[in-house]
Design a protein. Structure first.
Length: 431
C-alpha cells in the first residue's frame, strides 16, 4: 500500500494545476491518480484550445473565475513558450445577428473592464466595421476582443504535470478509483488494477466523473450529472481562411451553459464550426449515445434526482431536440452558422472535427448549477461543474483552491516563493 499526504483524482488540466501547487507550494507528498492511460485524454484535449477572455462573465456571480482567467493568461503563454506548445493570437468577434441582441454586447463591453481586462481589449463595432474587419461576416453589431488566443491544452497539461513531477509529485496512470473508505485518520482509495492508496487528503478533480467520485467521498447529495456532446465540422482547404477571427453569436438560451455554434480558428490555422450540445448517457460518448446499458443507468439516475424536473422544462426540451437535429445533419449545423457567415455552404465542411463532452451539474431543485461547486469535508475536497472556461482559468483557480485548503488547515504551506515556473503571488494577482 502506498501512502501520500494528498491524492488528486484526475490528470486533466485542473488536476495537473492542483498537483503543481500542492507539490511546489505546500509541505506535502502528492500523487495524481488518472483512470486513463495518459493525461488530458478527455475535456482537456477535446476542446477548441481557446484561451478565453472574461468579457462575457457576470462579475457579480463569476468574478472569481474572471479574475482567474485574467491572471492565468500570461502564465499559460509563458508555459506554452517554454514547452513548445502552440500559441496563436486570434481575437474574437461576439456578434449580434439582430438588433435586439445589441444590449447583450453593451453589457459585455462593460463587464470586460469590470473583470480586470484593459479598457482597449474590447470595443463595440457597428455592422459596417464588422464587414470591414471580416468581409464574410454579417452582423447588426459586434463586440471585438483582441486578447483571445488559441493553444493546445493537452500539451500544456502535460507540461504542468512534468513541473509537478519535478517538484516531487507522483503521477499514476491507469488508476481508475472505484471506492474510497476511511482508514484511521486517512482515506483509502481502491483503484481498478492497482494497489490500494492511502492519503490524508483526497482532492477530486475528476472532470466528467467528478460526481461519481464525490459520492464516494460523501459529497454532492441529491445532485445529478448530465452529459452533452459538442460536435464540430472542419472547413476544407481554402475555406478555412474564409474568416480569420473566431466568431461567436449571442446565445439563444442564456439560462443554459452552452454557446450557439460558432466559427473557431485553431492554433494550427484550421477552422471549425460548432459546437452543438447533444444529450448523451456517458462521459466518453464521443459518438452515439453511450450504449444501452449507459442509457438505462443514466435514466435511472435522472429519474431519482433533480434533473427529472429539468426534463419537464419545455425550453430545455426544445433545445435538446434542435441539438440532436444539428448532430444528425451537417446542413442543420451550417444553417446556424449562416446567420452570421452567409456565404457558408455544407459542401465546404467535408470532415467531422473534434467532439468533446461537457458535464453540467443539476441541483436537487432541477436547475443547472451556474458556476463551479467546491465541497470540503474532513480529508476530502470535491470540485464539480468545472466547465469552460475552466481550462483558461485553471492555473490561478487551482492556486486559489490550494490557498483555501491551506487556510482551512487541510494543507500546510511551504513558505517562501515556492518552486516551479509559476508563482503563487502572480496566480493570486499579488505580483
Amino acid at each position: 500500500m502506498a501512502r501520500f499526504d494528498v491524492a488528486i483524482v484526475g490528470a486533466g488540466v485542473l488536476g495537473a494545476c492542483v498537483a503543481y501547487w500542492v507539490s511546489s507550494a505546500c509541505r506535502a507528498s502528492a500523487c495524481v491518480l488518472e483512470a486513463g492511460g495518459a493525461p488530458a485524454m478527455h475535456a482537456s484535449s477535446r476542446n477548441t484550445g481557446v484561451v478565453h477572455s472574461p468579457f462575457y462573465l457576470d462579475p457579480a456571480s463569476r468574478g472569481e473565475m474572471a479574475a482567474s482567467m485574467v491572471a492565468s493568461r500570461p502564465m499559460w503563454e509563458r508555459m506554452a513558450r517554454r514547452s513548445g506548445a502552440p500559441w496563436r493570437e486570434v481575437g474574437v468577434l461576439e456578434v449580434a445577428v439582430e438588433d435586439a441582441q445589441r444590449g447583450a454586447l453593451e453589457r459585455h463591453a462593460r463587464w470586460g473592464p469590470q473583470n480586470g481586462m484593459a479598457e482597449g481589449d474590447v470595443e463595440l463595432l457597428d455592422g459596417r466595421a464588422v464587414a470591414a474587419l471580416e468581409p464574410n461576416v454579417r452582423a447588426a453589431a459586434a463586440l471585438r476582443c483582441r486578447t483571445e488566443a488559441a493553444t493546445d491544452f493537452a500539451r500544456l497539461t502535460r507540461a504542468v504535470l512534468a513541473e509537478a513531477e519535478a517538484a516531487g509529485a507522483t503521477v499514476a496512470l491507469g488508476h481508475d478509483v472505484t471506492a474510497v473508505s476511511h482508514a484511521g485518520g486517512a482515506r483509502a482509495l481502491t483503484a481498478r488494477g492497482a494497489a490500494r492508496i492511502e492519503a490524508g487528503l483526497v482532492i477530486n478533480c475528476a472532470g466528467a466523473r467528478s460526481l461519481q467520485v464525490a459520492r464516494m467521498l460523501g459529497h454532492a447529495a441529491g445532485h445529478t450529472a448530465l452529459h452533452f456532446r459538442g460536435e464540430y465540422w472542419r472547413a476544407a482547404g481554402e475555406h478555412a481562411g474564409m474568416v480569420g477571427t473566431s466568431v461567436y453569436s449571442v446565445p439563444r438560451y442564456p439560462e443554459y451553459p452552452f454557446l450557439d455554434p460558432h466559427w473557431i480558428v485553431r492554433a494550427d490555422g484550421r477552422a471549425e464550426i460548432g459546437p452543438n450540445a447533444v444529450p448523451v448517457a456517458a462521459p466518453e460518448a464521443y459518438s452515439g449515445t453511450g450504449g444501452a446499458r449507459a442509457v438505462a443507468s443514466k435514466l435511472r439516475d435522472v429519474a431519482s434526482g433533480g434533473a427529472a424536473r429539468l426534463l419537464r422544462d419545455p425550453a430545455f426540451l426544445r433545445m435538446a431536440v434542435g441539438e440532436w437535429r444539428s448532430s444528425l445533419s451537417r446542413s442543420a449545423m451550417v444553417s446556424r452558422i449562416r446567420a452570421f457567415v452567409p456565404g457558408a455552404r455544407a459542401r465546404m465542411f467535408t470532415q467531422r472535427g473534434m467532439a468533446g463532452i461537457r458535464t453540467p451539474i443539476v441541483t436537487p431543485a432541477g436547475k443547472m448549477a451556474p458556476e463551479t461547486m467546491v465541497e470540503v469535508s474532513e480529508g476530502a475536497c470535491s470540485v464539480l461543474n468545472y466547465n469552460s472556461p475552466g481550462a483558461t482559468g485553471a492555473p490561478a483557480w487551482a492556486a486559489r483552491l490550494v490557498r483555501r485548503l491551506c487556510e482551512g488547515g487541510h494543507l500546510a504551506p511551504a513558505g517562501g516563493a515556492g518552486r516551479g515556473e509559476w508563482s503563487m503571488a502572480e496566480a493570486l494577482g499579488q505580483g
